[in-house]
Structures are given as structure tokens and as C-alpha cells.
Design a protein around this ligand. Structure first.
Ligand SMILES: [Zn+2]
Length: 77
């Protein structure tokens, strides 16, 4: 069974209907517009544990939603 995400507008839907959008956090010690843009685009945190993510329900209501996911189990909390 594939991973499922609960959309507040459409209910529980399969992962394939969504596009993923990690919320990048640029450290304060990265300064300058170019350096911050580079960090935001390519330096993923790859956190082990619960992270907060943005998902776009592309094949449904076409709205963004927040979701908490445990990266160790891929469980949506
Ligand atoms: Zn939806």
C-alpha cells in the first residue's frame, strides 16, 4: 500500500497526487543573496526524525498544505 496524505479539503489521498515541497531553512551564518539562494536550492537538511513539510495537492484541489512526517518511517503524523 502506498503512502497516503490527508488533504484538509479532499480527505485521504494517495501520495502520487501530490508534489513535495521541502521548506528550506537557511542558517544565519550564510550571508549574501547569492549564497542564501544557493543554500536554499541545494543544501537539504536531510533530517532524521519528524520534519514539517509543504505538499501541493496537484491532482486534487491544487492547494498547498502543511504536513509533519517522520523521515525514519515515512509516517505522516
Ligand atoms: Zn486536496
Amino acid at each position: 500500500m502506498s503512502l497516503r496524505i490527508t488533504c484538509p479539503h479532499c480527505g485521504v489521498r494517495p501520495l502520487e497526487e501530490y508534489l513535495y515541497g521541502e521548506v528550506p531553512v537557511v542558517p544565519d551564518d550564510v550571508v549574501g543573496d547569492d549564497a542564501r539562494d544557493l543554500d536554499r536550492a541545494f543544501m537539504r537538511a536531510n533530517t532524521e526524525g519528524v520534519i514539517r513539510e509543504r505538499w501541493f495537492h496537484a491532482m486534487g484541489c491544487r492547494r498547498w498544505l502543511w504536513a509533519d512526517r517522520d523521515t525514519r518511517t515515512d509516517e505522516m503524523l
